[in-house]
Design a protein around this ligand. Structure first.
Ligand code: IMP
Ligand code: MG
Length: 183
């Protein structure tokens, strides 16, 4: 990233999880989710933009006989870089009624927990048959509110990470590995 004198300079640092490790773990999660989902099927709801890549990897590892549908939501919970704005607002909602459906919310990472806490409350009022959460990464020590995480790829320490859908000021979502950002 170019140093404009205003924007801080970020550099991508060491690999925390390689694409091979991520792929292996995603396969395990998909198998577990499938085994724990009834024949009624599953509506997988990805939170844009971060979860798009993880979700696409995850659903393609689910067995063909599982009745899977996918949808997306977009919310604003963060500014454009790394600080929480505190405000959570729905920018794009799920396209269909979720009443009576098995819903799986897919997020790239849970940090303070505020985003998932808000989403779980909102979606709960729509009376789904079940409501579960799946995150690729969990920064447990940063949690501010208690949230039920049903499926988690990896727990990570308090570092800022990018890749596999996760960004830093919009960058590096496309990296196949998860890497730490050096400030
Ligand atoms: P929470 O509401 O604090 O749990 O934040 C969840 C959101 O924060 C995620 O969807 C990410 O957009 C963002 N986030 C938190 N930590 C990181 C990180 O290390 N890298 C990239 N995005 C992050
Ligand atoms: Mg996000």
């Amino acid at each position: 990233m170019k140093d404009s004198g205003i924007e801080p300079v970020y550099k991508i640092g060491k690999v925390l999880f390689s694409s091979e490790e991520i792929s292996g773990r995603v396969g395990e999660l998909a198998a577990r989710i499938a085994a724990e989902t009834s024949k009624d099927g599953l509506l997988v709801v990805g939170i844009l933009n971060g979860a798009a890549i993880f979700l696409s990897d995850l659903v393609r590892r689910m067995p063909p006989e599982l009745d899977v549908k996918i949808d997306f939501m977009s919310i604003s919970s963060y500014g454009d870089t790394i600080k929480s704005s505190g405000a959570v607002r729905i920018l794009k909602d799920i396209g269909s009624d979720i009443e009576g459906q098995n819903v799986l919310i897919v997020e790239d990472i849970i940090d303070t927990g505020l985003t998932l806490f808000y989403l779980l409350n909102v979606l709960h009022t729509r009376r789904p048959a079940s409501l579960r959460t799946c995150v690729l990464l969990d920064k447990r020590e940063r949690r501010e509110v208690q949230v039920k995480v049903d499926y988690c790829g990896f727990s990570i320490p308090d570092a800022f990470v990018v890749g596999c859908g996760l960004d830093c000021a919009g960058r590096w979502r496309h990296l196949p590995d998860i890497r730490v950002v050096d400030f």
